[in-house]
Design a protein around this ligand. Structure first.
Ligand SMILES: Nc1ncnc2c1ncn2[C@@H]1O[C@H](COP(=O)(O)OP(=O)(O)OP(=O)(O)O)[C@@H](O)[C@H]1O
Length: 226
């Protein structure tokens, strides 16, 4: 990975949440680079800033001091619209609570980002169906997302994150609340995305999962520790 091009570059990134009672430094002077195709975990105790860092990498939160660059482009200089476009094209997000759309069935949830990017309904559905079949969800394609099990919802969320072949998949606690078999299938899906060239960054407390990552970014009170 040493020679792979840089995907993210963070230099002295600080994120402060101001509340009436006190200011919380959720990220404090965080600097690192991540290469294209890299596989990394973000670890640290509860409240150490993991989700905040994932939101920064996902271009969801640009309200930081310091510099964040994605593929050389300064996130600070991107408009909200440009960030949304960069997310659609290049970032697959898997949230802790999935954020699936209850009004759409499984295949339409997965197809939506493809349709938004390419504007072709039939192709988006075909791509979603192929991906869902690959993830062992062919029998669930027309199901209501609210009726899926937690493990199925997680796989649907991962399918949606992969539908536009992103440069990076960012997943927040993707194995939390899953039984062993579902967790193993989620890990294998993320591994497959990585094998196809996507960088994968996962926030986790799961020590078994952490052990499988070649690189672990450790946070404590918002600071990177070795
Ligand atoms: N919108 C917000 N307003 C105020 N404080 C916030 C906000 N979001 C996060 N924080 C604070 O920032 C710190 C880091 O939060 P963050 O969610 O990034 O931690 P985490 O490591 O992901 O925790 P967990 O493992 O429990 O999910 C915490 O002290 C949290 O209370």
């Amino acid at each position: 990975m040493a020679n792979a091009p840089v995907l993210y570059e963070l230099a002295s990134v600080t994120r402060t949440f101001r509340t009436p009672a006190l200011d919380v430094r959720a990220l404090d002077d965080v600097s690192f680079t991540l290469a294209e195709g890299e596989l990394a975990a973000i670890a640290g105790p509860s409240g150490s800033g993991k989700s905040t860092l994932l939101a920064v990498l996902g271009l969801l939160d640009a309200d930081v001091s310091g510099e964040v660059r994605m593929r050389g482009k300064s996130v600070r200089r991107m408009s909200r619209r440009e960030r949304a476009r960069a997310r659609l094209e290049g970032i697959g997000l898997v949230f802790q609570t999935f954020h699936l759309l209850p009004a759409l069935d499984v295949r339409h949830n997965v197809a939506l980002p493809h349709w938004k990017l390419h504007g072709h309904h039939g192709r988006a559905l075909a791509r979603a169906e192929a991906l869902l079949a690959e993830l062992g969800l062919e029998a669930r394609m027309r199901h209501d997302v609210t009726r899926l099990s937690g493990g199925e919802m997680q796989r649907v969320a991962i399918a949606r994150a992969l539908v536009n072949d992103p440069a990076v998949v960012l997943a927040d606690e993707p194995t939390a609340n899953l039984d062993e078999a579902s967790a193993a299938s989620v890990v294998s899906l993320l591994g497959r995305a990585n094998a196809r060239g996507a960088a994968v960054v996962v926030c986790t407390h799961d020590t078994d999962l952490l052990a499988s990552f070649p690189r672990v970014l450790r946070l404590r009170h918002g600071r990177m520790v070795l």
